[in-house]
Design a protein. Sequence first.
Length: 291
Amino acid sequence: MTKHILYIFISFLIIGCSAQKNTQRKADSEKELEKSILVGDFIFGKPSKDFDSIPKNQKIKKSEPKFNQKIDKDSLFQVVIKKVHPTKVEELTKVFNEGNNPEKEFLLMVLSMNKSSKSEQINNLKINEDNIKKLIKEYSDLVPDSLIVYIEFNPKDIVLSTEKSIDLRIYSNRINENGGTDQIFRESNLPYNSEVLLEQIKILGWNEKTLMDIKSLIDIANCSSIKNGEISTVGFARSGMGKYSYKFLKNDLNKEEQAKYNDGCSYIYYERNIVLEFGGGAVGQQCFEKE
C-alpha cells in the first residue's frame, strides 16, 4: 500500500465519518482528496514552500509533528480504534495491520486527534459564559486599538512529539483599499519564550507575564484561543482538523443578522449576541453535526 493510497483511503474514511451527511458534489470531493494528500505530506514531513512570516535570519527551531517512537503502535491502536464508528473498525484495522511503519504512524496520528462536539460546545457556554465574557473584555483591553490579534495556546502532544506552543497573528485594524485588513505577522507553533515571540509581543506592549495572564483567562473559560475585533471570536476546542468557536457581537443580533449567522453549517445562532461557529479543516467534518 503506497503512502498516497493511504491518504486517499483515510480521506474518504474521514469524510464518510463526518456527521454532515449531505451529498457532496464531485468537485467538492476532489478538493477534499487533494487536501488529504497535502495533509499527509505535511505530517510525513515532505518538503514544501516556506510560508512563515519570520525573516530568514530570524528562523527558529520549532517542534514539528512526528510520531513518538517511544509509543507502542499496537497498544495505541487498540485505544484509538474505540473512538471510531463501529462500521469503520474492520476497514481501519485491516489498513493498520497491512501498513508499513510510516503508514501505521500516519493512521495513528489521525485517529489520535482531539474530538469535540456541538453539545460539548454548548455545555461549556452554559457553564462558562461569564468567564468567556471576562476573557473577551480583559483581552480587548490588552490589545492596542489599531490592531487585531489572534492568539492560541497549543498543548503538548505526546503522540505527535510536539511541545506546548503559541500561534500568533497580528492584523491592522484599519480597512484597506480592498475592504480587508492587512496582516502584519502570522506564525504558528512558536515555542514559549522564543526570541521571535517575545519580539512580537513587545510591539503589542506585552511581556511574558501578559501571555500567562491571557492563558489563565483562556483556561478558566475552558477555551483555547481568542481574537478581538468588532466580533470577538473565542476558540472552544479543536476536533479532528476542525474547530468549534464562539462569536460574540457587540449588540444583540437583529432578524437579518440572525439569518446570516444561522446557516446550520458554519454558524448556529445561539441567543442574544452569541453565535456558535464550526470551521472545517483540510479533511473530515466541514459543518456542524446534525441532531
